[in-house]
Design a protein around this ligand. Sequence first.
Ligand code: ARG
Ligand code: ASP
Length: 732
Amino acid sequence: MKNIKFYLIVALLVVSCKTVQETTQVVKSEAPIVDTREIQGGMWIPSLLEGVNENEMQLLGSKMTAEDIYSVNNSSLKDAIVHFNGGCTSEVISPNGLLLTNHHCGYGVIQSHSSVENDYLKDGFWAMSYEEELPNENFSVTFIKRIDDVTEAIFEGVNSDMDEAAKMKLINQNILKVSKAAQKEAWQDANVKSFYKGNQYLLFVTEEFKDVRLVGAPPTSIGKFGSDTDNWMWPRHTGDFSMFRIYADANNKPAEYSKDNVPYKPAHHLPISLDGVEEGDFTLVFGFPGRTNEYLPAVGIDQIVNVLNPAKIEVRENALKIVDEFMRNDNNIKIKYASKYASIANYWKKWIGENQGIEKSNAIQKKRELESEFSKIVAEKDLVGYKTLLSDFETLYKEIESVSLARDYWVEVVYRNVELLNITFSAFQLEQAFLKGGEEAFESRRKSLLNSYKGKFKNYSAKVDKPVFEKLVSLYAEKAPNEFMPSNMGNVNFSTLTNDIYANSKLTSLEGANELLTGTAEEVIKKLNGDKAYTFGKELHSIFYTKIEPKFQELNLQLAAVQKEYMKALMEVFPNKRFFPDANSTLRVTYGQVKGYAPKDGMRYGNTTYLKGVIEKFVPGDYEFDIPNKLKELYDSKDFGQYGDNGKMPVNFIGTNHTTGGNSGSPAIDAHGNLIGLNFDRVWEGTMSDMNYDPDICRNIMVDIRYVLFIVDKYAGAKNLIDEMTLVHPKK
Ligand code: ARG
Ligand code: ASP
């Protein structure tokens, strides 16, 4: 491990020296001249910024030290950064635990408090006092208290004579041991995560707060303005934010919900800059990026782009078309399906952009060139251990292709898009629990199943789901790999099959499902196996469990081993390149600058959009582009208060920060540590950044913080919230 760190440091030092020499672009008048493109991209570990990253950030204009960003002993920026229910990011923006995140991150919560009569999605919600804030069940936010390198302890006892399975087994045992032994307080947790494809391990000590209440959200017509048409697009005009508050017990410690809890006092909250941004300004995005694949071999990218993405895109496209039609015609269905639809549509569109970006930037070809250079050096230096890596990739990717494809069809059709099949899947797991664990396992599973069905059926409509079933199941039969096809898929009339299932299955309603699930374990299993939807689903799930998944796991384990070696090899073979660990839902820092871009020849995008653009896009009564009257009035009267910028109201801006899913809700921070924006998306041409970040066209999209404040203050009149924030003028 020492090795890796050593190479990393050498690599980074070389890069930063090199960039200082290669002078092309002026950053700041007093700063050295650097080609800033070379030091952007990457998602860095906050506890390891000292030295190279710190230096790069300062070259980009930052005035902060590594210690300002992450410190264990003193309060630092990291104390204001919060993992938002395991998915998004949020940040503390007041001494009273006020949290800012995206509207689309709070969406599920906002929806859960909404009904046709009291539609917070449509009308927005604002708590004008603590008493009005809305508590949430099964919801939490997590702080990172400390990060330690535990690589050596995790590799203890692991040696090259062991096969992959044995190595992983021992590593997992060590992980448990290390997490258990971690020094922490009683209310804290500890967990270990793998970095650089399993070449480095870090321990995270965390604090999880479970009493988190909804404080405010703009109407969807602001928070999701432009909806799916504008999603992943620039120029953008979305006020994608919502606010929450963390509550703690009387000692400021995590506690389950209680009306006696009090607003949490954070170690740090972000001051908010009212001075805005301009081209070239330093930006730091601090958050929890979910997953990237920056070190795939060409053959891996090729498979994603040419085999897996097209299949997933097609499935979703078909499902979305059907659901959209229902949502547009029925308000009740619109509310029920809003959240599900948004999440399905989101990646559908992302994959399309990703495929186009990979093709346009010639990413596969570039990877191949890198690989031939790699092979050349490996041959020259006779690095024996690395000689077969690329051919191993070729063989394994060929072997895994049909398995991955079958798996994606199962996930997309059965698990994600046909709700009835998803419902049969949880019932199938109940039967499995009984077969493996008897009555006891059955009972505990039944309890949680009844609970989860309650949630699922609240937003279910068989009328919508039925045509989705017919379309997607026939697609599955037609396109999923034959070797994994269940027998009940051959030679079927899908229209008859669908009618039969939806007319007879009890699993299309909560009452029916409850009825099926009542009785002794044997009775329930018998009833389930007499249900048409269940028996149909069961065949698909059985194949998934007995054929697809075991094969996938087996090959994936081998691929992971090659990928781990390859990661190490890349760092050794190319000591001058910058290597950051792929995103893995841990806390990361990414830095860059505010910057427009040229999406196409002869076309140049600016870095900021304004309220004027919202009005230009405004279509009264439209499903995606309507706005509230009040916003129009504020625009007409130019009533922007202290938030306007020379008579204009900034809405969104873009930068070169390397972000991904999970970074939504992350703060965009200026050179001094003040909040300037709220990250929420990336530009269409740059969504391939998950596999191939390119500083020329990859941009993250942020809400200008002044737009957030303007909406809170001028639109919603929630001055109480503005009053608790710390507003600053760093540029004046
Ligand atoms: N594309 C953004 C992200 O990946 C925002 C998604 C929410 N907005 C929407 N229209 N679905 O999460
Ligand atoms: N919109 C994404 C999120 O929800 C961010 C991204 O993928 O750029 O995390």
